[in-house]
Design a protein around this ligand. Structure first.
Ligand code: C2E
Ligand code: MG
Ligand code: MG
Length: 465
Protein backbone atom coordinates (compact mmCIF):
# COMPACT_ATOMS: atom_id res chain seq x y z
CA UNK A 1 0.00 0.00 0.00
CA UNK A 2 1.51 3.27 -1.05
CA UNK A 3 1.24 6.21 1.25
CA UNK A 4 -1.40 8.89 0.73
CA UNK A 5 0.64 11.09 2.95
CA UNK A 6 4.24 10.26 2.26
CA UNK A 7 7.09 11.17 4.56
CA UNK A 8 9.71 13.46 3.09
CA UNK A 9 12.14 10.67 2.20
CA UNK A 10 9.63 9.08 -0.12
CA UNK A 11 9.79 12.04 -2.45
CA UNK A 12 13.51 11.56 -2.99
CA UNK A 13 13.30 7.84 -3.00
CA UNK A 14 9.98 6.77 -4.53
CA UNK A 15 8.64 3.26 -4.04
CA UNK A 16 8.94 0.81 -6.88
CA UNK A 17 6.26 -1.82 -7.39
CA UNK A 18 7.08 -5.39 -6.44
CA UNK A 19 7.66 -7.81 -9.28
CA UNK A 20 4.64 -9.88 -10.24
CA UNK A 21 4.41 -13.12 -8.38
CA UNK A 22 6.91 -11.89 -5.83
CA UNK A 23 4.23 -10.70 -3.46
CA UNK A 24 4.40 -13.17 -0.66
CA UNK A 25 3.33 -12.80 2.93
CA UNK A 26 6.47 -10.83 3.81
CA UNK A 27 6.06 -8.44 0.91
CA UNK A 28 2.37 -8.00 1.42
CA UNK A 29 1.47 -4.36 1.81
CA UNK A 30 0.69 -2.90 5.17
CA UNK A 31 -2.57 -3.99 6.72
CA UNK A 32 -3.42 -0.43 7.62
CA UNK A 33 -6.11 1.42 5.75
CA UNK A 34 -5.72 3.98 3.01
CA UNK A 35 -3.82 6.63 4.99
CA UNK A 36 -1.16 4.15 5.93
CA UNK A 37 2.39 5.07 5.06
CA UNK A 38 3.96 1.78 6.04
CA UNK A 39 5.38 -0.60 3.48
CA UNK A 40 8.12 -3.17 3.27
CA UNK A 41 11.34 -1.48 2.25
CA UNK A 42 11.94 -4.16 -0.38
CA UNK A 43 9.22 -2.43 -2.41
CA UNK A 44 10.89 0.90 -2.54
CA UNK A 45 14.53 0.56 -3.44
CA UNK A 46 15.62 2.38 -6.53
CA UNK A 47 17.36 -0.03 -8.88
CA UNK A 48 20.73 1.41 -7.85
CA UNK A 49 19.81 0.91 -4.26
CA UNK A 50 18.80 -2.65 -4.89
CA UNK A 51 22.12 -3.52 -6.54
CA UNK A 52 23.96 -2.09 -3.59
CA UNK A 53 21.83 -4.03 -1.12
CA UNK A 54 22.28 -7.24 -3.11
CA UNK A 55 26.03 -6.82 -3.09
CA UNK A 56 26.02 -6.23 0.62
CA UNK A 57 23.74 -9.12 1.40
CA UNK A 58 25.97 -11.38 -0.69
CA UNK A 59 28.80 -10.53 1.64
CA UNK A 60 26.74 -11.04 4.78
CA UNK A 61 24.17 -13.83 4.77
CA UNK A 62 20.68 -12.29 4.76
CA UNK A 63 18.76 -12.81 7.98
CA UNK A 64 15.11 -13.68 7.34
CA UNK A 65 13.80 -11.60 10.20
CA UNK A 66 10.89 -9.19 9.75
CA UNK A 67 11.62 -5.89 11.44
CA UNK A 68 9.27 -3.01 12.03
CA UNK A 69 10.74 0.45 12.54
CA UNK A 70 8.72 3.09 14.31
CA UNK A 71 9.90 6.68 14.56
CA UNK A 72 8.09 9.93 13.81
CA UNK A 73 11.29 11.38 12.33
CA UNK A 74 11.71 10.42 8.68
CA UNK A 75 15.43 11.04 8.86
CA UNK A 76 15.87 8.69 11.83
CA UNK A 77 13.90 6.01 10.00
CA UNK A 78 16.13 6.29 6.98
CA UNK A 79 19.21 6.08 9.14
CA UNK A 80 17.99 2.92 10.89
CA UNK A 81 16.94 1.35 7.58
CA UNK A 82 20.37 2.03 6.20
CA UNK A 83 22.17 0.58 9.21
CA UNK A 84 19.93 -2.49 9.27
CA UNK A 85 20.54 -3.18 5.59
CA UNK A 86 24.27 -2.90 6.21
CA UNK A 87 24.07 -5.77 8.69
CA UNK A 88 21.98 -7.91 6.36
CA UNK A 89 18.37 -7.34 7.41
CA UNK A 90 16.12 -6.87 4.41
CA UNK A 91 12.54 -7.48 5.56
CA UNK A 92 11.94 -3.98 6.88
CA UNK A 93 8.71 -2.07 7.33
CA UNK A 94 8.83 1.56 8.39
CA UNK A 95 6.08 3.54 10.09
CA UNK A 96 5.97 7.11 11.27
CA UNK A 97 2.85 6.59 13.31
CA UNK A 98 2.22 4.14 16.17
CA UNK A 99 -1.35 3.26 15.16
CA UNK A 100 -0.13 2.30 11.69
CA UNK A 101 2.56 0.18 13.28
CA UNK A 102 -0.09 -1.60 15.37
CA UNK A 103 -2.04 -2.39 12.19
CA UNK A 104 1.09 -4.03 10.75
CA UNK A 105 1.57 -5.98 13.97
CA UNK A 106 -2.05 -7.12 14.09
CA UNK A 107 -1.97 -8.53 10.56
CA UNK A 108 -0.59 -12.10 10.78
CA UNK A 109 0.92 -11.67 7.29
CA UNK A 110 3.06 -8.78 8.41
CA UNK A 111 3.59 -9.37 12.13
CA UNK A 112 7.25 -8.50 12.72
CA UNK A 113 9.76 -10.63 14.61
CA UNK A 114 11.36 -7.50 16.00
CA UNK A 115 10.31 -3.90 16.56
CA UNK A 116 12.60 -0.91 16.88
CA UNK A 117 10.61 1.78 18.58
CA UNK A 118 11.34 5.42 19.28
CA UNK A 119 10.15 6.61 22.68
CA UNK A 120 9.14 10.11 21.76
CA UNK A 121 6.33 10.38 19.27
CA UNK A 122 3.60 12.97 19.07
CA UNK A 123 0.36 10.93 18.77
CA UNK A 124 1.17 7.88 20.87
CA UNK A 125 4.36 8.01 22.88
CA UNK A 126 6.69 5.09 23.44
CA UNK A 127 5.14 4.24 26.82
CA UNK A 128 1.66 3.94 25.33
CA UNK A 129 3.04 1.89 22.47
CA UNK A 130 4.80 -0.46 24.91
CA UNK A 131 1.50 -0.84 26.77
CA UNK A 132 -0.30 -1.64 23.50
CA UNK A 133 2.31 -4.32 22.73
CA UNK A 134 1.91 -5.73 26.25
CA UNK A 135 -1.88 -5.89 25.84
CA UNK A 136 -1.35 -7.86 22.63
CA UNK A 137 1.12 -10.22 24.36
CA UNK A 138 3.55 -9.40 21.59
CA UNK A 139 6.28 -12.06 21.87
CA UNK A 140 8.82 -10.76 19.35
CA UNK A 141 11.83 -8.67 20.26
CA UNK A 142 11.34 -5.00 21.18
CA UNK A 143 14.29 -2.61 21.03
CA UNK A 144 13.73 0.84 22.52
CA UNK A 145 15.51 3.61 20.69
CA UNK A 146 15.80 7.08 22.06
CA UNK A 147 17.70 10.26 22.49
CA UNK A 148 16.19 10.48 25.99
CA UNK A 149 18.34 10.33 29.05
CA UNK A 150 19.48 6.99 30.39
CA UNK A 151 17.11 6.88 33.38
CA UNK A 152 13.97 7.36 31.28
CA UNK A 153 15.16 4.71 28.86
CA UNK A 154 15.80 2.28 31.70
CA UNK A 155 12.50 2.92 33.40
CA UNK A 156 10.57 2.38 30.15
CA UNK A 157 12.67 -0.76 29.69
CA UNK A 158 11.56 -1.95 33.14
CA UNK A 159 7.96 -1.15 32.28
CA UNK A 160 8.26 -3.17 29.06
CA UNK A 161 9.69 -6.09 31.00
CA UNK A 162 6.80 -5.84 33.44
CA UNK A 163 4.55 -6.38 30.41
CA UNK A 164 6.70 -9.49 29.72
CA UNK A 165 7.99 -8.06 26.46
CA UNK A 166 11.33 -9.38 25.21
CA UNK A 167 13.71 -6.45 25.53
CA UNK A 168 17.25 -7.38 24.50
CA UNK A 169 18.41 -3.85 25.24
CA UNK A 170 18.11 -0.20 24.38
CA UNK A 171 19.78 1.90 21.72
CA UNK A 172 20.77 5.52 21.96
CA UNK A 173 20.48 7.79 18.96
CA UNK A 174 22.26 8.06 16.66
CA UNK A 175 21.76 4.39 15.93
CA UNK A 176 24.93 2.56 14.97
CA UNK A 177 25.37 -0.57 12.94
CA UNK A 178 27.20 -2.24 15.85
CA UNK A 179 24.40 -1.54 18.34
CA UNK A 180 21.80 -3.00 15.99
CA UNK A 181 23.91 -6.01 15.23
CA UNK A 182 24.46 -6.72 18.92
CA UNK A 183 20.83 -6.38 19.94
CA UNK A 184 19.09 -8.08 17.05
CA UNK A 185 21.15 -11.23 17.27
CA UNK A 186 18.80 -13.43 19.28
CA UNK A 187 20.75 -16.63 19.59
CA UNK A 188 18.70 -18.45 22.19
CA UNK A 189 16.17 -19.66 19.67
CA UNK A 190 18.79 -20.81 17.22
CA UNK A 191 20.56 -23.88 18.60
CA UNK A 192 17.72 -26.15 17.61
CA UNK A 193 16.65 -24.13 14.63
CA UNK A 194 13.42 -23.35 16.41
CA UNK A 195 11.97 -19.88 16.61
CA UNK A 196 9.68 -18.43 19.21
CA UNK A 197 6.31 -17.60 17.77
CA UNK A 198 5.79 -13.84 17.54
CA UNK A 199 2.41 -14.03 19.22
CA UNK A 200 1.38 -16.00 22.27
CA UNK A 201 -1.08 -18.37 20.70
CA UNK A 202 -3.40 -19.52 23.43
CA UNK A 203 -2.43 -23.04 24.31
CA UNK A 204 -4.82 -25.33 26.10
CA UNK A 205 -4.19 -27.54 29.09
CA UNK A 206 -4.92 -30.53 26.87
CA UNK A 207 -2.13 -29.50 24.48
CA UNK A 208 0.26 -29.07 27.38
CA UNK A 209 -0.70 -32.47 28.72
CA UNK A 210 -0.04 -33.99 25.28
CA UNK A 211 3.32 -32.20 25.10
CA UNK A 212 4.28 -33.62 28.49
CA UNK A 213 3.37 -37.10 27.32
CA UNK A 214 5.12 -36.83 23.96
CA UNK A 215 8.42 -35.44 25.23
CA UNK A 216 7.96 -31.95 23.76
CA UNK A 217 8.72 -30.46 27.17
CA UNK A 218 12.51 -30.24 27.44
CA UNK A 219 15.16 -28.52 29.53
CA UNK A 220 17.52 -25.81 28.42
CA UNK A 221 20.41 -24.97 30.72
CA UNK A 222 22.04 -21.69 31.69
CA UNK A 223 25.49 -21.75 33.33
CA UNK A 224 26.35 -20.33 36.73
CA UNK A 225 29.94 -19.21 36.99
CA UNK A 226 32.16 -18.29 39.96
CA UNK A 227 32.77 -14.54 39.80
CA UNK A 228 36.33 -14.81 41.13
CA UNK A 229 37.72 -17.94 39.48
CA UNK A 230 35.37 -17.97 36.41
CA UNK A 231 34.87 -21.70 37.04
CA UNK A 232 31.54 -23.13 35.88
CA UNK A 233 29.88 -24.42 39.04
CA UNK A 234 26.31 -25.11 38.06
CA UNK A 235 23.52 -25.14 35.48
CA UNK A 236 19.98 -23.85 35.94
CA UNK A 237 17.35 -25.95 34.17
CA UNK A 238 14.85 -23.73 32.33
CA UNK A 239 11.90 -25.54 30.84
CA UNK A 240 10.99 -25.13 27.15
CA UNK A 241 8.03 -26.39 25.16
CA UNK A 242 9.16 -27.45 21.70
CA UNK A 243 5.90 -27.19 19.82
CA UNK A 244 6.01 -28.75 16.33
CA UNK A 245 3.94 -25.83 14.95
CA UNK A 246 4.85 -22.85 17.13
CA UNK A 247 8.51 -23.60 17.77
CA UNK A 248 10.12 -22.80 21.06
CA UNK A 249 7.68 -21.64 23.74
CA UNK A 250 9.08 -19.98 26.86
CA UNK A 251 7.88 -20.89 30.37
CA UNK A 252 6.23 -17.51 30.92
CA UNK A 253 3.59 -18.73 28.48
CA UNK A 254 2.66 -22.04 30.09
CA UNK A 255 3.68 -22.28 33.77
CA UNK A 256 0.50 -20.54 34.94
CA UNK A 257 -1.54 -22.78 32.63
CA UNK A 258 0.13 -25.80 34.23
CA UNK A 259 -0.52 -24.44 37.73
CA UNK A 260 -4.15 -23.68 37.01
CA UNK A 261 -4.93 -27.04 35.41
CA UNK A 262 -3.26 -29.42 37.81
CA UNK A 263 -0.35 -30.16 35.46
CA UNK A 264 2.41 -28.46 37.44
CA UNK A 265 3.38 -31.60 39.34
CA UNK A 266 3.83 -33.55 36.09
CA UNK A 267 5.83 -30.68 34.65
CA UNK A 268 8.08 -30.39 37.71
CA UNK A 269 8.61 -34.15 37.74
CA UNK A 270 9.59 -34.12 34.07
CA UNK A 271 12.00 -31.19 34.45
CA UNK A 272 13.51 -32.71 37.59
CA UNK A 273 13.98 -36.16 36.01
CA UNK A 274 15.65 -34.66 32.90
CA UNK A 275 17.86 -32.40 35.03
CA UNK A 276 19.04 -35.24 37.25
CA UNK A 277 19.72 -37.48 34.24
CA UNK A 278 21.76 -34.68 32.64
CA UNK A 279 23.59 -34.09 35.92
CA UNK A 280 24.50 -37.78 36.02
CA UNK A 281 25.85 -37.56 32.44
CA UNK A 282 27.96 -34.50 33.28
CA UNK A 283 29.30 -36.15 36.42
CA UNK A 284 30.27 -39.27 34.49
CA UNK A 285 32.19 -36.91 32.15
CA UNK A 286 34.12 -35.65 35.18
CA UNK A 287 32.24 -32.37 35.63
CA UNK A 288 31.44 -31.45 39.22
CA UNK A 289 28.33 -29.33 38.79
CA UNK A 290 25.16 -28.52 40.63
CA UNK A 291 21.86 -28.47 38.78
CA UNK A 292 19.13 -26.02 39.78
CA UNK A 293 15.47 -26.76 39.14
CA UNK A 294 12.66 -24.20 39.47
CA UNK A 295 9.82 -25.39 41.64
CA UNK A 296 6.51 -23.66 41.72
CA UNK A 297 5.07 -23.08 45.20
CA UNK A 298 2.02 -24.93 43.88
CA UNK A 299 4.06 -28.15 43.73
CA UNK A 300 5.06 -27.71 47.32
CA UNK A 301 1.59 -28.45 48.55
CA UNK A 302 1.72 -32.09 47.49
CA UNK A 303 2.85 -33.91 50.58
CA UNK A 304 4.54 -36.67 48.58
CA UNK A 305 6.86 -34.11 46.93
CA UNK A 306 9.79 -34.89 49.24
CA UNK A 307 9.56 -38.60 48.50
CA UNK A 308 9.24 -37.92 44.79
CA UNK A 309 12.41 -35.81 44.76
CA UNK A 310 14.28 -38.37 46.85
CA UNK A 311 13.18 -41.19 44.54
CA UNK A 312 14.41 -39.26 41.47
CA UNK A 313 17.77 -38.57 43.12
CA UNK A 314 18.08 -42.25 43.98
CA UNK A 315 17.18 -43.30 40.45
CA UNK A 316 19.73 -40.95 38.84
CA UNK A 317 22.38 -41.87 41.42
CA UNK A 318 23.54 -38.32 42.12
CA UNK A 319 24.38 -36.68 45.47
CA UNK A 320 21.41 -34.74 46.91
CA UNK A 321 23.68 -31.78 47.66
CA UNK A 322 24.24 -31.31 43.91
CA UNK A 323 20.56 -30.52 43.41
CA UNK A 324 19.28 -27.01 44.18
CA UNK A 325 15.57 -26.28 44.14
CA UNK A 326 14.73 -22.68 43.28
CA UNK A 327 11.55 -21.32 44.76
CA UNK A 328 9.58 -18.15 43.98
CA UNK A 329 6.25 -17.42 45.49
CA UNK A 330 4.31 -17.02 42.27
CA UNK A 331 1.05 -16.26 44.00
CA UNK A 332 -0.09 -15.64 47.49
CA UNK A 333 -0.29 -18.83 49.46
CA UNK A 334 -3.51 -19.41 51.34
CA UNK A 335 -1.87 -21.79 53.72
CA UNK A 336 1.89 -21.56 54.09
CA UNK A 337 2.26 -24.56 56.39
CA UNK A 338 2.43 -27.19 53.62
CA UNK A 339 5.32 -25.57 51.70
CA UNK A 340 7.20 -24.77 54.92
CA UNK A 341 6.94 -28.37 56.05
CA UNK A 342 8.14 -29.67 52.67
CA UNK A 343 11.02 -27.22 52.25
CA UNK A 344 12.34 -27.98 55.72
CA UNK A 345 12.22 -31.73 55.01
CA UNK A 346 14.02 -31.26 51.69
CA UNK A 347 16.74 -29.37 53.47
CA UNK A 348 17.08 -32.14 56.04
CA UNK A 349 17.84 -34.42 53.10
CA UNK A 350 20.74 -32.13 52.11
CA UNK A 351 19.03 -30.74 48.99
CA UNK A 352 19.96 -27.11 48.31
CA UNK A 353 17.21 -24.48 48.48
CA UNK A 354 17.42 -21.21 46.62
CA UNK A 355 15.20 -18.16 46.98
CA UNK A 356 14.73 -17.02 43.37
CA UNK A 357 14.05 -13.47 42.12
CA UNK A 358 14.98 -12.09 45.53
CA UNK A 359 13.92 -8.51 46.02
CA UNK A 360 10.75 -8.75 43.92
CA UNK A 361 7.38 -8.62 45.61
CA UNK A 362 7.09 -12.39 45.72
CA UNK A 363 10.44 -13.36 47.21
CA UNK A 364 10.94 -11.53 50.39
CA UNK A 365 12.27 -11.34 53.90
CA UNK A 366 9.29 -13.27 55.22
CA UNK A 367 10.35 -16.31 53.21
CA UNK A 368 13.94 -15.82 54.26
CA UNK A 369 12.83 -15.78 57.88
CA UNK A 370 10.79 -18.97 57.62
CA UNK A 371 12.69 -21.22 55.22
CA UNK A 372 16.26 -22.57 55.57
CA UNK A 373 17.46 -21.34 52.19
CA UNK A 374 21.05 -22.08 51.22
CA UNK A 375 21.21 -19.70 48.27
CA UNK A 376 19.92 -16.24 47.44
CA UNK A 377 19.40 -15.29 43.78
CA UNK A 378 19.31 -11.59 43.27
CA UNK A 379 16.67 -10.65 40.75
CA UNK A 380 18.01 -9.34 37.46
CA UNK A 381 16.25 -6.01 37.95
CA UNK A 382 18.80 -5.25 40.71
CA UNK A 383 21.76 -6.54 38.75
CA UNK A 384 21.82 -5.36 35.17
CA UNK A 385 22.99 -1.77 35.04
CA UNK A 386 23.81 -1.61 38.77
CA UNK A 387 27.36 -0.54 37.91
CA UNK A 388 26.09 2.93 36.99
CA UNK A 389 23.18 3.18 39.40
CA UNK A 390 24.10 4.00 43.02
CA UNK A 391 20.61 3.20 44.34
CA UNK A 392 20.70 -0.31 42.84
CA UNK A 393 24.17 -0.77 44.28
CA UNK A 394 22.94 0.16 47.75
CA UNK A 395 20.11 -2.41 47.59
CA UNK A 396 22.23 -5.11 46.06
CA UNK A 397 25.06 -4.71 48.54
CA UNK A 398 22.63 -4.75 51.48
CA UNK A 399 21.22 -8.05 50.19
CA UNK A 400 24.71 -9.47 49.78
CA UNK A 401 25.60 -8.51 53.35
CA UNK A 402 22.47 -10.13 54.68
CA UNK A 403 23.05 -13.32 52.69
CA UNK A 404 26.66 -13.46 53.92
CA UNK A 405 25.50 -13.25 57.54
CA UNK A 406 23.06 -16.07 56.89
CA UNK A 407 25.87 -18.13 55.25
CA UNK A 408 24.04 -18.31 51.96
CA UNK A 409 25.58 -18.61 48.51
CA UNK A 410 24.71 -15.57 46.38
CA UNK A 411 23.90 -15.60 42.68
CA UNK A 412 23.47 -12.51 40.51
CA UNK A 413 20.99 -13.11 37.68
CA UNK A 414 20.87 -10.90 34.59
CA UNK A 415 24.59 -10.29 34.02
CA UNK A 416 24.25 -8.92 30.52
CA UNK A 417 27.59 -7.25 29.81
CA UNK A 418 31.16 -6.94 30.98
CA UNK A 419 30.30 -3.88 33.06
CA UNK A 420 27.74 -5.94 35.02
CA UNK A 421 30.33 -8.70 35.46
CA UNK A 422 33.08 -6.34 36.62
CA UNK A 423 30.85 -4.59 39.10
CA UNK A 424 29.53 -7.84 40.62
CA UNK A 425 33.04 -9.30 40.74
CA UNK A 426 34.06 -6.27 42.81
CA UNK A 427 31.39 -7.11 45.41
CA UNK A 428 31.40 -10.32 47.44
CA UNK A 429 28.71 -11.95 45.30
CA UNK A 430 29.65 -15.59 44.58
CA UNK A 431 28.12 -16.56 41.25
CA UNK A 432 27.14 -14.94 37.97
CA UNK A 433 24.34 -15.99 35.65
CA UNK A 434 23.15 -14.14 32.57
CA UNK A 435 23.28 -13.60 28.84
CA UNK A 436 26.82 -12.26 29.08
CA UNK A 437 28.05 -15.64 30.28
CA UNK A 438 25.67 -17.63 28.06
CA UNK A 439 22.08 -17.81 26.98
CA UNK A 440 20.10 -20.89 28.00
CA UNK A 441 21.13 -23.76 25.72
CA UNK A 442 19.94 -27.29 24.91
CA UNK A 443 21.36 -30.07 27.10
CA UNK A 444 23.42 -31.40 24.20
CA UNK A 445 25.40 -28.15 23.96
CA UNK A 446 26.42 -27.91 27.61
CA UNK A 447 29.65 -29.90 27.57
CA UNK A 448 30.96 -28.18 24.44
CA UNK A 449 30.09 -24.82 25.93
CA UNK A 450 31.98 -25.63 29.14
CA UNK A 451 34.98 -26.81 27.12
CA UNK A 452 35.00 -23.50 25.22
CA UNK A 453 34.45 -21.18 28.22
CA UNK A 454 37.65 -19.41 29.12
CA UNK A 455 36.28 -16.62 31.28
CA UNK A 456 34.78 -13.19 30.74
CA UNK A 457 37.89 -11.48 29.36
CA UNK A 458 38.01 -13.61 26.23
CA UNK A 459 34.47 -12.57 25.37
CA UNK A 460 33.61 -9.68 23.10
CA UNK A 461 32.16 -6.67 24.93
CA UNK A 462 28.83 -6.92 23.12
CA UNK A 463 26.11 -8.51 25.33
CA UNK A 464 24.73 -10.98 22.84
CA UNK A 465 27.78 -12.24 20.97
P1 C2E B 1 14.06 -17.62 36.59
O1 C2E B 1 14.11 -18.91 37.30
O2 C2E B 1 14.36 -16.39 37.37
O3 C2E B 1 15.04 -17.78 35.35
C1 C2E B 1 15.77 -16.76 34.79
C2 C2E B 1 15.09 -16.23 33.56
O4 C2E B 1 15.83 -15.09 33.10
C3 C2E B 1 15.10 -17.19 32.39
O5 C2E B 1 13.96 -16.92 31.62
C4 C2E B 1 16.34 -16.79 31.63
O6 C2E B 1 16.32 -17.14 30.26
C5 C2E B 1 16.30 -15.30 31.79
N1 C2E B 1 17.64 -14.73 31.74
C6 C2E B 1 18.82 -15.32 31.95
N2 C2E B 1 19.84 -14.47 31.84
C7 C2E B 1 19.30 -13.28 31.54
C8 C2E B 1 19.86 -11.99 31.28
O7 C2E B 1 21.07 -11.76 31.31
N3 C2E B 1 18.99 -11.00 31.00
C9 C2E B 1 17.65 -11.22 30.96
N4 C2E B 1 16.86 -10.19 30.67
N5 C2E B 1 17.08 -12.41 31.20
C10 C2E B 1 17.90 -13.44 31.49
P2 C2E B 1 12.97 -18.08 31.17
O8 C2E B 1 13.74 -19.31 30.80
O9 C2E B 1 12.02 -17.49 30.19
O10 C2E B 1 12.23 -18.44 32.50
C11 C2E B 1 11.37 -17.53 33.10
C12 C2E B 1 10.89 -18.05 34.42
O11 C2E B 1 10.05 -19.19 34.25
C13 C2E B 1 12.00 -18.52 35.33
O12 C2E B 1 12.62 -17.41 35.93
C14 C2E B 1 11.24 -19.41 36.29
O13 C2E B 1 10.62 -18.63 37.30
C15 C2E B 1 10.16 -19.99 35.40
N6 C2E B 1 10.56 -21.36 35.04
C16 C2E B 1 11.50 -21.76 34.15
N7 C2E B 1 11.57 -23.11 34.13
C17 C2E B 1 10.68 -23.55 35.05
C18 C2E B 1 10.30 -24.87 35.53
O14 C2E B 1 10.82 -25.91 35.13
N8 C2E B 1 9.32 -24.90 36.49
C19 C2E B 1 8.74 -23.78 37.01
N9 C2E B 1 7.79 -23.93 37.94
N10 C2E B 1 9.08 -22.54 36.58
C20 C2E B 1 10.04 -22.44 35.62
MG1 MG C 1 15.22 -19.71 38.61
MG1 MG D 1 15.12 -15.57 38.77
Amino acid sequence: MVSQNPGPWMVDNPPIQPERGGEDAYNAPCAGESECNCYPLGMRHTSGDRERVDLETEREAPVPMKILLLDDEAFELRLMEHQLRRVGFTELTSCQDASEALAVIDDPRTTPDAILCDLQMPQMDGVEFVRALGDRHYAGVVVLVSGEDERILHSVERLAKAYELQIPGIIHKPVTKEALQALLDVPEARPTGATTSPFHREHTARQLQAALASGDIVNFYQPQVDLQSSRVVGMEALVRWMDPEDGLILPGQFITLAEEHGLIDDLTRRVLALALDDLAIWRRAGLDLTVSVNVSMASLSALNFVDLVSAEIERAQVPPANLVLEVTESRLMQDRRGPLDILNRLRLRRIGLSIDDFGTGHSSLVQLRDIPFTELKMDQSFVHGAHHDPSLQAMLEANLRMARELSMTTVAEGIEDIADWDYLASTDCDLAQGYFVARPMPAGDVMDWIAGWTGPRSKPVSPSL
